[in-house]
Design a protein around this ligand. Sequence first.
Ligand SMILES: Cc1cc2nc3c(=O)[nH]c(=O)nc-3n(C[C@H](O)[C@H](O)[C@H](O)COP(=O)(O)O)c2cc1C
Length: 405
Amino acid sequence: MSNLSQKRIILGVTGGIAAYKAAEVCSALVKLGACVHVVMTEHATRFVGPVTFRALTSQAVITGLWEEPQEHRITHVSLPESADLVLVAPATANIIGKLAAGIADDMLSTMLLATTAPVLIAPAMNCNMWANNQVQENVNRLKSLGYTFIEPEEGRLACGEEGAGRLASPETIVHAVEASLFPLNDFEGTTVLITAGPTEEAIDPVRFITNRSSGKMGYAIARAAKERGAKVILISGPVSLPAPPGVELVSVRSAAEMLSAVQCRLPQAQVVIGAAAVADYTLKNPGKNKIKKTGGNLTLELAPTADIMAEAGETKGDKLLVGFAAETENLIENAQKKLKKKHLDIIVANDVSKPGIGFGADYNQVSIIDNTGAEPLPRMPKAEVAHAILDRIKKLLGGKAKRRC
Ligand SMILES: Cc1cc2nc3c(=O)[nH]c(=O)nc-3n(C[C@H](O)[C@H](O)[C@H](O)COP(=O)(O)O)c2cc1C
């Protein structure tokens, strides 16, 4: 637990049922010594009264654009200028949409545009709202602009439905604040090469064979490694995710393209993480022209592709190699076989037959396996899985985690 005594934090509270939980977050930050200024949207005040936050922070609570507490010159500019961090918890779909569009029509949205401090966003909303494409597009846009999201949790929501959208726990939010203010820098000086996403194997110029990988796990590792100071090379198959800010993105389509991109950059990397779902087979003779529909059967002849991680394992030197094993049966046993066969140091095994984890999902439940044994992790957001994998890598590299102060 860190000492936040020198830190000035703006806590933005927006109009959702979870607004009352912001009081707990606020109280925890104050207990850690932070000077917390609460800015509430008008709708937030319908859910919880400003007096609660005033009592918790001993500071005036700002609820409107035209309020000018005497201690701040021009509040919407001077307060965010002096902040070390802005946290929006809970963040409604509305504030996320406004920020993504650059709209500033109340005090909080105006401050969010005026601040140069890191901004953490902890969304909370109904699961259908959270899954809505428009909301997800806004979230992805903000992520690509460098905003950090504290992913909502899954479970029973206030509306009675089950799903993702519940505000992250106060402990998780406070931990994210500490991590942002005092970032881990334990991968500084390390180049991490990560493969992510599916590959596409052409059948003809307009058709291809692919798989259900969304790239979310690999991209989460890339983001986490970058946050922890690594130089990150992300070699990605076709996905609809924004590249985390600051990483070198190499976009490829086929397994062969991914292999050559990896081989080309392998000498630069100390750590190689193969999170891509690379096709095992490719077309032996893809059609040069679009294959015509004849009405009869069509037989495609497939040839095996190169195993990128196994090839990297053959010439690994002192590199640390991490592979993934997506299995539907005998998870640990199959993963351990792959670990040995491919000369990997770590293998992250997940059971892709379980609904709600693995391919396409925001959550994953994995076991991290190395020569010392298997560590099963609980189901958690992919961002947290990413940090757990990096923690294990760091342990094997022998370094101590240190926070940048
Ligand atoms: C009872 C009730 C609960 C609501 N809960 C949420 C919520 O949890 N998340 C959300 O994004 N919007 C929720 N809304 C809708 C927001 O209050 C609404 O979109 C509002 O415009 C948000 O304004 P603000 O972002 O300025 O606070 C809720 C509305 C009502 C009436």
